[in-house]
Design a protein around this ligand. Structure first.
Ligand code: CP
Length: 358
């Protein structure tokens, strides 16, 4: 398939209705339409629980495969035929559960869905460890969200199937970070190059406290790997130490300059990317910070700057930004299906069914 045919095929897919619409073909062209299958094959049979298990090569390889999947109709190849994914959600979700389930179904796999953990034996006091034991025979991969950080360790006491952590309390949200970087690499494909010119590097602003917010923590963890693409990271937080234990060492070791400020307005005009999350989810005492750090169409953003947000949103992100070029957050959500397809095909060792797509 040549570039023109790929772009035509792409138009057959639904994408975000508002904000920037991203074309994955330009990302694929950076590698002559090739995908790093060897790097991806190392994920076979592995759990995905913490972004620290990735390196930059793996993040780029997943983005390449996601881009390939976004440009092709792969249903005929039935990549996940015969595989069952269990989505066990003990905490509310719109995007993560449904995009994982869509990813599985579009690859011809089957889904056992637990949209609310209270319909399981948890309501009767059953332990997650026991539930993990049951899952060994009910499915081939488990995708779990849970409000407790320790839930990952708990279910893995007995679970022998690969576990994909879809958010564990204030812990991690690794596939969110993968789709965040997929979005950035589609937006600026040159960020995937080792030789990204200095004038193309991005100044990244992160509004929130990575220490207690899993999406920003995982996004920051992956961002620290892109030393050739990120010129500087500014954390915007009220807290003296917003980083937390998980990231203290990676930040100290990173060559990327990192500054902390509590004044979003001061730094905003200098940021290429502003990553926002809803601080209100941390509790009522944080709710007023959403409005203090809130962004709207009158915010003093750099002309080409983009706003990212894992969603759901509160007052920190006004709807009047939705129809602007700053809106990258709907593109994030739209790309989620393809990143999760890439992760599932790799973890379930089914890359051989799609490796002739290049
Ligand atoms: N981004 C994200 O995790 O969204 P959901 O809470 O809707 O899954």
């Amino acid at each position: 398939m040549n570039t023109k045919q790929m772009r035509r095929a792409l138009t057959e897919f639904a994408t975000n209705s508002k904000g920037r619409k991203l074309d994955p073909v330009d990302l694929l062209r950076r590698t002559d339409m090739q995908v790093d299958w060897e790097t991806l094959s190392k994920l076979a049979g592995n759990s995905i629980v913490n972004p620290r298990q990735f390196d930059r090569e793996t993040v780029v390889a997943i983005a390449q495969l996601a881009a390939l999947l976004e440009t092709r109709n792969v249903e005929m190849k039935k990549p996940l035929d015969g595989k069952i994914a269990i989505t066990a959600f003990f905490e509310a979700s719109t995007r993560t559960r449904l995009s994982f389930e869509s990813a599985v179904l579009r690859l011809d796999g089957k889904v056992l869905s637990v949209p609310d953990g209270q319909v399981t034996g948890i309501a009767k006091g059953e332990s997650l460890a026991d539930i993990g034991e049951m899952f060994n025979t009910y499915g081939d991969v488990v995708i779990m969200r849970h409000p407790e950080t320790e839930s990952v360790d708990e279910i893995q006491k007995n679970l022998e199937r690969p576990l994909i952590n879809a958010g564990n309390g204030s812990g991690h949200h690794p596939t969110q970070a993968l789709l965040d970087w997929y979005t950035l690499l589609k937006w600026r494909p040159e960020l995937s190059d080792r030789s990204c010119p200095s004038e193309k590097k991005i100044h990244l602003g992160i509004v929130g406290t990575p220490g207690s917010m899993r999406a920003v923590k995982s996004f920051l963890r992956l961002s620290l790997m892109f030393v050739d693409a990120v010129s500087k990271i500014t954390l915007v937080s009220e807290m003296a130490d917003p980083v937390g234990l998980d990231l203290t060492e990676p930040i100290e070791e990173s060559p990327i300059p990192i500054e902390i400020t509590n004044d979003v307005q001061e730094v905003l005009p200098d940021l290429d990317v502003v990553y926002v999350n809803s601080i209100a989810f941390l509790g009522d005492s944080y709710r007023n910070l959403d409005s203090r750090y809130g962004l709207d169409a009158s915010s003093k953003l750099k002309p080409g700057a983009v706003i990212m947000h894992p969603l759901a949103r509160n007052e920190e992100l006004s709807e009047d930004l939705d129809d602007t070029v700053h809106n990258l957050y709907f593109a994030q959500a739209a790309g989620a299906v393809f990143v999760r397809q890439a992760v599932l095909a790799a973890v379930l060792n089914r890359l051989d069914r799609i490796s002739d797509l290049c």
